[in-house]
Write a protein that binds this ligand. Structure first.
Ligand SMILES: [Zn+2]
Length: 128
């Protein structure tokens, strides 16, 4: 059996732990002969892994400013790494800006609901 994880080290010096290529002891990122293929895939606008991450990203619950911020930082890193096409990134950034407004609207509605409740309780006290 092959090794369960890539035997190379990351730039930080930790062990890689990614899945090795079939019949080899290093992952795709640590196989020197794969570098050219990875570069070519990036030139085409995205690796399969990046595309999968985008699809998975679509299923994330982007219903809070914190979730949106986390999603955006991942998106920025994908764009910087060249693993996400610029057109896709632009569309997603637009969607995030719309979603941010939806989230803010929902939060504002929730605050107003709470304020109404506080005012109701205050009015009750004055009467009591
Ligand atoms: Zn590796």
């Amino acid at each position: 059996m092959s090794n369960p994880a890539c035997r190379a080290e990351t730039k930080a010096g930790a062990s890689c732990r990614a899945m090795p290529l079939p019949g080899r002891d290093v992952c795709i990122m640590h196989a020197p002969d794969m570098a050219e293929k990875i570069a070519a895939a990036r030139m085409k606008g995205g690796t399969a892994a990046a595309k999968l991450r985008v699809l998975q990203g679509k299923r994330l619950r982007l219903d809070s400013p914190a979730a949106l911020a986390k999603f955006m930082s991942g998106l920025i890193q994908d764009v910087m790494a060249g693993t996400l096409g610029v057109d896709t990134a632009r569309t997603v950034v637009y969607a995030v800006s719309v979603q941010r407004q939806v989230v803010e609207h929902a939060e504002k509605a929730e605050l107003e609901k709470r304020l109404v409740e506080v005012e109701r309780l205050l009015a009750q006290r004055r009467l009591g």
